[in-house]
Design a protein around this ligand. Structure first.
Ligand code: HEC
Ligand code: HEC
Length: 214
């Protein structure tokens, strides 16, 4: 009691705030089954959202991805939502937010950690290749709605690609450090110029109209 009161008193004195207690060591084992981890990394069935780690985070595909590289996390330095976290907390926060599932088991977490390798990203220099690298695997090739061949306003596209997703959404924002403005503008111009593909599959007129709602 007494020392707690003393701490409060000291904190109240206007000096620099006391440092928080040292974080416990990362609760994710440093070694795990890397092959199992690579399989989990690519598994769209791991959560309920339909997206795999590899859809969002850079990895073996070397494609452009919106989410951060996991190398610092595997090294024990983790953040989520701009705040420092333990690696286990950051992993749990991400899979809850983006995969709609509970925390991985310690074995799964250790396997995922062991599977992370520095992933050099190949930045394409033309917009069609950028779409194939950064977007197509989720859209035409994944659970997200098709995008190519629909009518888009350039400003609507730009806003969607740069903003943080709403709570019911899963597409992370593309940071300018990942897709710089000139490349984004070229991609938007390319998408806006795709001929409409009305009537084929999910690209029905009603969807094209709904995409023009604010
Ligand atoms: C639909 C996209 C998406 C999926 C799927 C996804 N993530 Fe993430 N993840 C993100 C985004 C975006 C962030 C950054 C969020 C923030 O900090 O606000 C993030 C952050 C993280 C972090 C914290 C990174 C750091 O710098 O400390 C970890 C760890 C993580 N994810 C691991 C995973 C793993 C492992 C999987 C698969 C089991 C996965 N994520 C699946 C989008 C995703
Ligand atoms: C991790 C998967 C993923 C990646 C990568 C991704 N998207 Fe998306 N995108 C989604 C999902 C899911 C939605 C539906 C809204 C949501 O959940 O965020 C969406 C929505 C959109 C929308 C609005 C669609 C609508 O029907 O209103 C556009 C436009 C879009 N994405 C374009 C792109 C472009 C361009 C890229 C590449 C630079 C890209 N997306 C990369 C998953 C992804």
């Amino acid at each position: 009691m007494r020392s707690a009161a003393l701490t409060l008193l000291l904190l109240g004195c206007g000096g620099p705030p006391a440092l928080p207690p040292v974080e416990p060591p990362p609760s994710i084992a440093p070694t795990g089954d890397a092959d199992a981890g690579r399989a989990l990394f690519a598994d769209r069935g791991f959560g309920r959202s339909g997206f795999a780690c590899a859809d969002c985070h850079p990895g073996p595909s070397r494609g452009v991805r919106p989410a951060p590289s996991l190398s610092p996390w595997a090294g024990g330095e983790a953040r989520f939502g701009g705040r420092p976290k333990t690696p286990a907390e950051a992993l749990a926060a991400c899979v809850e937010r983006f995969q709609d599932r509970g925390p991985p088991s310690p074995t799964e977490a250790a396997a995922l950690r062991a599977a992370v390798e520095p992933a050099p990203v190949a930045m394409p220099d033309d917009p069609a290749a950028l779409y194939r690298s950064a977007c197509q695997h989720c859209h035409e090739g994944g659970p997200a709605p098709a995008v190519v061949g629909r009518r888009w306003s350039p400003s609507g596209l730009r806003a969607r690609l740069r903003r943080r997703p709403g709570l019911d959404e899963h597409m992370p924002a593309f940071d300018p450090a990942v897709v710089p403005d000139p490349a984004l503008d070229a991609l938007i111009g390319w998408l806006a110029a795709r001929p409409p593909r009305l009537g084929s599959g999910r690209l029905s007129p009603s969807i094209a109209i709904s995409s023009e709602r604010p």
